[in-house]
Ligand binder design. Structure first.
Ligand code: HEC
Length: 121
């Protein structure tokens, strides 16, 4: 009997926590998602998120000038984007960007992630 009530206490505790996730702040939750959004972490390309990051450099042959020109792929700073731009980007699929992956996040996750990136110093 003791054991059963112990199990009940534990499960109700876990259950209560899953309903109310205020045991971590929205900022902390957003930070977790930023590093581990069920996919490639934003941090891998955007770094801290507060300044542009060069993620690749390559050379391309320019037919007109017959010279190799240096090109680069840049992940922009994202701490100042509007919620509209953010949502648009995070809900777009792979066909819309050759670089950024497609993510599948819930509205709650998107809100916390946006809250986090807006508060990156
Ligand atoms: C593989 C690299 C890569 C990863 C991982 C990545 N991004 Fe990006 N992101 C880019 C690049 C490159 C751009 C520039 C536009 C484009 O090519 O899509 C961009 C653009 C954006 C933009 C639009 C910025 C603007 O000013 O229009 C936002 C917002 C953004 N990323 C947020 C995120 C978030 C949040 C994550 C994680 C869930 C993430 N990115 C993961 C590479 C990446």
């Amino acid at each position: 009997m003791k054991f059963i009530s112990f199990v009940l206490v534990i499960t109700s505790f876990i259950f209560a926590n899953s309903l109310d996730n205020s045991f971590i702040t929205r900022f902390e939750y957003g930070a977790m998602l930023y590093e581990n959004p069920r996919g490639v972490g934003c941090i891998k390309c955007h770094g801290k998120g507060n300044k542009p990051v060069i993620i690749a450099k390559y050379k391309e042959f320019d037919k007109k000038t017959k010279k190799l020109v240096e090109k680069k792929i840049v992940a922009p700073a994202i701490n100042n984007v509007s919620f509209e731009v953010f949502l648009d980007k995070l809900r777009s699929d792979k066909t819309e960007s050759k670089v950024m992956p497609t993510y599948f996040m819930t509205n709650e996750e998107l809100k916390s992630l946006y809250y986090y990136i807006k508060n990156i110093k």
